[in-house]
Design a protein around this ligand. Structure first.
Ligand code: HEM
Ligand code: HEM
Length: 194
């Protein structure tokens, strides 16, 4: 298999970069949606324990009871603090995706792109060209907004979420175009990237 893109189609480097990115992105979404964040279970539990302090009132061991409640509340607060923010895995995967995106831009410049698949109409080529630019842009926007969120302020959360929702839309269209050709028209479009 050839390393570079050319008349024959995509080379190995572009293919590896494309599918590695997809793999990491899928993993990253699983991590992003499952990691505990602010307002976690520990946060809520600490609030409940705090409210239960009233029950100590007028008990013979009131002071000891309140101390016990405080101790449990402190432990849950510490847990909530530890839960806050992204996991190391989320940050690590994000940085790897960012590095891959940069490598792809460089490789597109150096190696160029193969000729368009013959099956794509003029309009589809234009749409796919824009979709690819959008995808590449979002591969930067998502992790960079994540970094701003961690290093700057919580105000960036909207951008971080907005960018990845936009990513779902654009990747859906990209996939739709591929499936239109492979499943409906039964040409070898997907094979170009395999
Ligand atoms: C391509 C890379 C990335 C993807 C696909 C991604 C995706 C996600 C997703 C799906 C969430 C959950 C949002 C929600 O609950 O609706 C999230 C939250 C978050 N991500 Fe990322 N992320 C990426 C990179 C990063 C990086 C590099 C950082 C930081 C260095 C980061 C920091 C955060 C933070 C701070 C949160 C929110 C935690 C909270 O709600 O308190 N992300 N991300
Ligand atoms: C993380 C999600 C994805 C991103 C960011 C992405 C991005 C791209 C980009 C930028 C290209 C142009 C070639 C390049 O510069 O690498 C491309 C081509 C392609 N992608 Fe994706 N893609 C994603 C997911 C998928 C999925 C899920 C499929 C199908 C199962 C797919 C199938 C293809 C095919 C078949 C091509 C070649 C199009 C042609 O014939 O020229 N991609 N993709």
């Amino acid at each position: 298999m050839r390393l570079r893109n050319g008349e024959h189609g995509y080379g190995a480097v572009t293919k590896v970069l494309h599918w590695l990115t997809l793999g990491l992105i899928v993993g990253q979404f699983v991590v992003g949606y499952t990691m505990p964040t602010e307002g976690s279970a520990a946060d809520a539990a600490a609030d409940r324990v705090h409210d239960s302090k009233d029950q100590c009132k007028d008990r013979p061991d009131e002071e000891r009871c309140e101390e016990e409640v405080d101790r449990r509340e402190d432990a849950l607060d510490a847990q909530a603090d530890a839960d806050e923010g992204p996991s190391d895995l989320h940050v690590g995967l994000g940085l790897a995706i960012l590095a891959l995106a940069a490598a792809r831009v460089v490789w597109r410049r150096v190696g160029g792109l193969p000729p368009w698949a013959p099956a794509l109409s003029h309009a589809e080529r234009m749409v796919e060209g824009w979709l690819e630019k959008g995808l590449m842009l979002l591969l930067f926007a998502i992790p960079v907004s994540g970094l701003l969120l961690v290093l700057g302020s919580d105000d960036w959360l909207g951008l971080h979420i907005g960018a990845h929702v936009a990513f779902f839309v654009v990747v859906g269209l990209h996939l739709g175009l591929v499936l239109k050709h492979t499943v409906i028209q039964r040409d070898r479009h997907l094979a170009r990237m395999l």
